[in-house]
Design a protein around this ligand. Structure first.
Ligand SMILES: Cc1cc2nc3c(=O)[nH]c(=O)nc-3n(C[C@H](O)[C@H](O)[C@H](O)COP(=O)(O)O)c2cc1C
Length: 208
């Protein structure tokens, strides 16, 4: 089957891409309005884009009425946000924070989430998140109905239980992070792994 996207509706383009580009990591974004109302919401159009500088990108689509989602409005207004990563134990709370609550509702309180003050930005981080990244906006770009947010990571927090300072390694499986898959509610665990060693040209051609 082939789709010329010029002839495919935006809804179907979304369905095709979001069902195929999986699993996606979830940025559980905490942000704060200029008036100080705290917000939390999950965004799976998210990834790391580089380490020098350390950058993350998030795609925030507009609401059906064309207005920004609260997270996008907050990020544009304040230029700050925190990306919290989602472990399986937090999945229910993460899902609750995707609720379409009015802008004045503090979704962090709504979901009963404990927070820790951030070091370099105003929005707090989620205490139970295995990893939280305090970010400052480098750029936002309005592309069609998407706000592409590019943020620079200022502070990286990882739970002590998941970090070995001697080896300078994160124990990824121990964090039990979940990813977004297909449909309205399917998620993946980071289990059932397999390993591949990266090839080198020297090995490939049998050089000594
Ligand atoms: C797991 C998950 C991932 C989501 N990813 C995105 C996304 O990448 N972009 C987006 O615009 N909305 C995404 N949503 C929907 C938003 O979370 C939802 O619209 C939410 O109400 C936005 O909240 P806000 O207005 O407080 O920012 C996702 C929802 C879930 C449950």
């Amino acid at each position: 089957m082939h789709f010329d996207f010029a002839d495919v509706s935006a809804t179907d383009r979304y369905r095709l891409m979001a069902s195929a580009i999986t699993p996606r990591p979830i940025a559980w974004v905490t942000s704060q309005s200029a008036a100080g109302v705290r917000n939390a919401a999950p965004y799976s159009f998210f990834n790391m884009m580089g380490a020098n500088p350390p950058i993350v990108a998030i795609g925030m689509m507009r609401q059906a009425d064309g207005t920004h989602k609260d997270s996008a409005a907050n990020v544009i207004d304040t230029q700050e946000f925190v990306v919290n990563l989602v472990c399986e134990a937090d999945a229910q709370a993460m899902n609750l924070t995707c609720i379409d609550a009015p802008a004045g509702v503090d979704e962090i309180t709504l979901a009963g989430l404990a927070t820790v003050p951030s070091l370099g930005v105003a929005p707090p981080r989620i205490a139970s998140a295995p990893v939280a990244m305090e970010c400052r906006v480098l750029q936002t770009q309005e592309i069609g109905t998407t706000t592409l947010v590019i943020g620079q990571v200022l502070h990286f927090h990882v739970g002590d239980a998941f970090y070995d300072p001697e080896r300078r390694r994160i124990d990824t499986p121990a964090m039990h992070l979940v990813g977004r898959v297909h449909g309205t509610g399917f998620y993946a665990r980071g289990t059932d792994l397999f390993e591949l060693q990266r090839p080198t040209w020297a090995d490939f051609v049998g050089e000594k």
